[in-house]
Design a protein around this ligand. Structure first.
Ligand code: PLP
Length: 335
């Protein structure tokens, strides 16, 4: 292989995904794979939804967090873990730490939704609040790590996190067999790069797509230009993927193993949320709808194919859910 800029990176492989699957067994749910006759008829394809909205704490992030924490040495466990996140990673780390009997510290913005702060505390995490306009959360996380000997686990750019996230696609393909195309949301790229390891090993001919909101297409720009592109925090209802750039490990894997990165508008996410609620009787958060929205937009290219979609999570405030879906039902634009 020619020397590449990422030749020095220690990238995880499918062996690591298999090891992660053994570590999380009995702790993570083996989530259901759902199908819908209505979807199949509308699209003229066979669609399999891997429902991580039914995962513990409501999103696939539990997989990567639990895998990473279960690899700690006894000394690391004794001192504990620190993470910075306002979203699902925070809850995933707090819950995993509690299950493994170690302390966790989660750095969250002061203005994070009260429900998320409460959920993180409810899982036993010690919450440290910061001001997102004047303080740097990475610095706070690093300071805490240094001062108290805590181990920092980032939300996506970490080999054990990536390997854990890949277990969802591994379960999907083992359950339904090889696929022609697979779609996952794309934020920092932990889910997509882990999925890529599983797909290339178990269904190598499948086309693999990452899906971003239109407003936050840094991953698409990076993928297509071959250079890591950084953007301002995007304005989108897909709050699980408001990342500004891919990680070094995730970008290296995505460049090598993914077929393309596509985008969808927020309005398509709202439409998918309504569909999941009314037809499939389930709550999916806006970010979790990215894959299905992209599949609908690419309908013509997917006709006759077997398509896998990872629904990444279901954590959305009920009031927010009603606001988004209700506005769409009234014919008003959802904001
Ligand atoms: C974190 C998250 C994503 C994005 O995952 P990355 O690994 O950052 O790409 C997608 N959906 C949900 C629900 C998430 O919590």
């Amino acid at each position: 292989m020619p020397a590449s800029p990422d030749a020095s990176l220690d990238l995880p492989s499918f062996d690591d995904v298999e090891a992660a699957a053994r570590r999380i067994e009995g702790q993570a749910h083996r989530t259901p794979v759902l199908t819908s006759r209505t979807v199949d008829e509308r699209l003229g394809a066979r669609v399999f939804f891997k429902c991580e909205n039914f995962q513990r704490m409501g999103a696939f992030k539990f997989r990567g967090a639990f895998n990473a924490l279960s690899r700690f040495t006894p000394e690391q466990r004794r001192r504990g873990v620190v993470a910075f996140s306002s979203g699902n990673h925070a809850q995933a780390i707090a819950l995993s730490a509690r299950l493994l009997g170690m302390p966790s510290t989660i750095v969250m913005p002061k203005d994070a939704p009260a429900a998320k702060i409460a959920a993180t505390r409810g899982y036993g995490g010690e919450v440290v609040l910061y001001d997102r306009y004047t303080e740097d959360r990475q610095q706070i996380g690093r300071d805490l790590a240094e001062k108290h000997g805590l181990t920092l686990i980032p939300p996506y750019d970490h080999a054990d996190v990536i390997s854990g996230q890949g277990t969802a696609a591994k379960e999907l393909i083992e359950e339904v067999g090889p696929l022609d195309a697979v779609f996952t949301p794309l934020g920092g790229g932990g889910l997509l790069s882990g999925t890529a390891l599983a797909v290339r090993a178990l269904s190598p001919a499948a086309k693999l797509y990452g899906v971003e909101p239109e407003a936050g297409n840094d991953g698409q720009q990076s993928f297509r230009s071959g250079k890591l592109v950084h953007i301002d925090t995007p304005r989108t209802i897909a709050d699980g993927v408001q990342t500004q750039q891919l990680g070094d490990l995730t970008f290296a894997l995505i460049r090598r193993l993914v077929d393309d990165v596509v985008t969808v508008p927020d309005a398509a996410l709202v439409e998918a949320m309504s569909f999941f609620a009314t037809r499939m009787k389930m709550v999916v958060e806006p970010t979790g709808c990215l894959g299905f929205a992209a599949v609908q937009a690419m309908k013509d290219a997917l006709r006759g194919q077997r398509v896998g979609i990872v629904i990444s999570g279901g954590n959305v405030d009920l009031a927010r859910f009603c606001e988004l879906v209700g506005a769409a039902a009234d014919g008003a634009p959802a904001a």
